[in-house]
Design a protein around this ligand. Sequence first.
Ligand SMILES: NC(=O)c1ccc[n+]([C@@H]2O[C@H](COP(=O)([O-])OP(=O)(O)OC[C@H]3O[C@@H](n4cnc5c(N)ncnc54)[C@H](OP(=O)(O)O)[C@@H]3O)[C@@H](O)[C@H]2O)c1
Length: 159
Amino acid sequence: MDAIVAVYDDWGIGCEGDQPIALSADRKFFRRYTAGSTVIVGRKTVGSFPGQAPLPKRRNIVLTRQDIDLPGFERASSPEEAAAMCAGDEKVFVIGGGTVYRQMLPLCDRAIITKVHTTTACDTYFPNLDESPQWELAETLESGEENGIPYEMCVYVKK
Ligand SMILES: NC(=O)c1ccc[n+]([C@@H]2O[C@H](COP(=O)([O-])OP(=O)(O)OC[C@H]3O[C@@H](n4cnc5c(N)ncnc54)[C@H](OP(=O)(O)O)[C@@H]3O)[C@@H](O)[C@H]2O)c1
């Protein structure tokens, strides 16, 4: 299982339920990289999806403690249940948000991190893997610049 996320320089990932600065290069990378996979997502992040619709061409599992019906999503009531539901799936990505990353990172072998080299006010953060003794940078897949903001897609692996 992998986590995939876009972080600013201070490892901020969101503010008031949304991503304050989102690069189209990152959105395209995310779509390409996660195509055909199973994604695990927190209920609050689903609130930022257009029409609260599931991501197309992917199996969508939503984490919630509530007895709610989100059409197109399978519901899991704990990280362990979500992991068990997709145990046989070939590609599984934890796609946020903050609380779900924090709880599920211990179950992940890799983290695919788009580093968006800027800072902006955030209220939600991803753990800083550069300061974690458990993780190391393995490779950089892509890099570029959009609207004057440099970015790079990095693969971190658990040591
Ligand atoms: N930069 C990025 O790549 C990226 C990616 C994704 C999200 N984000 C940002 O992250 C922010 C949202 O993150 P967030 O931390 O506020 O919310 P979140 O993690 O998306 O969702 C939290 C919700 O998930 C459910 N949940 C969490 N832990 C659970 C557990 N152990 N068992 C069952 N359900 C559980 C609960 O839903 P219920 O309340 O329904 O019980 C909880 O309220 C937004 O700003 C979003 O834009 C950024």
